[in-house]
Design a protein around this ligand. Structure first.
Ligand SMILES: [Zn+2]
Ligand SMILES: [Zn+2]
Length: 85
């Protein structure tokens, strides 16, 4: 469907959805910052460039088709991992 074919209601719905998802981004960023600080306080080493998991000792994200980590013992969603901000 072309953008021009959208009704006003559909356009508005997309705009509101996008705004809600951006709010979610902010929330994820906040939670990630808190998670990072919490681990640092325990002496857990910063992983540098890798996308470690904040919810388990998984050292680096390997994402599967469902958007979850397929490393054994992890299985946490993408957003549990240390994503570049
Ligand atoms: Zn993981
Ligand atoms: Zn994990």
């Amino acid at each position: 469907m072309q953008q021009n074919d959208l009704t006003d209601a559909q356009k508005k719905a997309f705009e509101q959805n996008e705004a809600d998802f951006r709010r979610l981004d902010d929330h994820v960023r906040d939670v990630q910052e808190t998670a990072r600080a919490r681990l640092t306080n325990t002496g857990w080493p910063d992983s540098g460039d890798t996308r470690r998991c904040f919810s388990c000792p998984c050292p680096d994200l390997i994402v599967n088709a469902q958007g979850k980590c397929k490393r054994s013992g992890c299985g946490h969603p993408l957003t549990d991992h240390d994503l570049p901000t």
